[in-house]
Ligand binder design. Sequence first.
Ligand SMILES: Nc1nc2c(c(=O)[nH]1)N[C@H]1C(S)=C(S)[C@@H](COP(=O)(O)O)O[C@H]1N2
Ligand SMILES: [Mo]
Length: 446
Amino acid sequence: MIHNTPRISAAPENFVPADLISAVTAHGIDDSRRIFLRSSFAAALLGGAVLSGRAKAAEGEAAILEKQPWQTALGKPVAATPYGVPSTFEANLQRRESPGLTRVSAASVAFTPLQGLFGIITPSGLHFERHHQGWVDIDPAQHRLMINGLVKQPKIFTMDDLLRLPSVSRIHFIECGANTGLEWGNVAVPTVQYTHGMLSCCEFTGVPLSILLDECGADLKKGKYVLAEGGDGSGMTRTIPMENALDDVFVAWAMNGEMLRPENGYPLRLVVPGVQGVSWVKWLRRIEVGDMPYASKDEAVHYIDLMPDGLHRQYTSIQECKSVITTPSGGQQLHATGFYNVSGMAWSGRGKIKRVDVSFDGGNQWRTARLESPILNKAVTRFNIDWVWDGSPAILQSRAIDSTGYVQPPIRTLRAVRGSRSIYHNNAIQSWQVGTNGEVSNVQVG
Ligand SMILES: Nc1nc2c(c(=O)[nH]1)N[C@H]1C(S)=C(S)[C@@H](COP(=O)(O)O)O[C@H]1N2
Ligand SMILES: [Mo]
């Protein structure tokens, strides 16, 4: 897989199944081809001045000088694939289960390949998946959403009812609270797909929860919380404070311009901007208005933060400001010294990204990166920065600052407060080491 520049590639030996190595080769990063390019360039340089040398290098390039098979025959007809799919040469770019995690029946995680994404939107087919009891594909004609509890008039909505209501479309990130969880214990997971890939960012469309609560006459004096319940076999339920529910929470049926994918909650999921993924209840079937937190199994036993004193922190929902460099990142390989576009993602559950700094020496010196537009509330922001690699060892880090002024902490600062035995809410600065041989690996800098 090529990332941003043909001089960076995923090392094929790292989690590329054998049958996909040919797909990697098809990107033109196989060694024989590189050696050919280098030797033809060297030969050209020997042959004359640099300018004519370049021209001669081009003369050696069969790919540009000779007619290729696809130039001399008809292409495929329109609608050959009525629902478009990626090029076969992109077959390596997949959601993957981490080799380090055990799958418990269908309850598992498939991570988004952040190293192969551009801009801020996660393609629907690469959105990460986290199911507590496997995914289901529910007939929208059979699906119902009930609103009950402290309301004047409990109501049951069909999908048709919901699609008639005023809708909003907004771009937000979703991050599992356990994303980057293994790094707490200094387990160096090799690639950014497995360290940070429980993160996706999409455009969601749906109806604000405030409209549904209003439709049912929710009692806002007594009703301080809502409970969201999923329709799969996991019995997923989560408490959301009424303040959030009335603010920017919405009940979504669409993602990236089409109906949700079944893995991501089709036909209905809750979007809870800035809050950890578990509250984004999928296959949403019920919202209950209540007067106190529900302390359901998914908030009393799971998704609690073990603190250094042995006690657990509960209801820590907001995903704090965080960032990660995706190119170059762990498992990739720099093939030559010289210029690289270093690129990454930054996000905050509390607002917008204000600034991202990048260090190439393990945090001694920092330079400010370019933030690409759009910079949206509780969404991923893309950053880029120029770098010239001189071949010496380097440690690449990014540090994001959000609109509240909060600065993403180093892992030691986070550990001082939170200990090292938590699973959740690790938003520490990530370090990638570049060796003199160009290999990029995951390291923790103290
Ligand atoms: N009904 C239901 N909702 C659910 C889950 C689930 O298993 N069942 N998993 C939760 C968790 S832990 C996360 S991180 C997100 C993952 O959403 P995704 O699979 O669309 O990425 O959905 C949440 N909503
Ligand atoms: Mo999660």
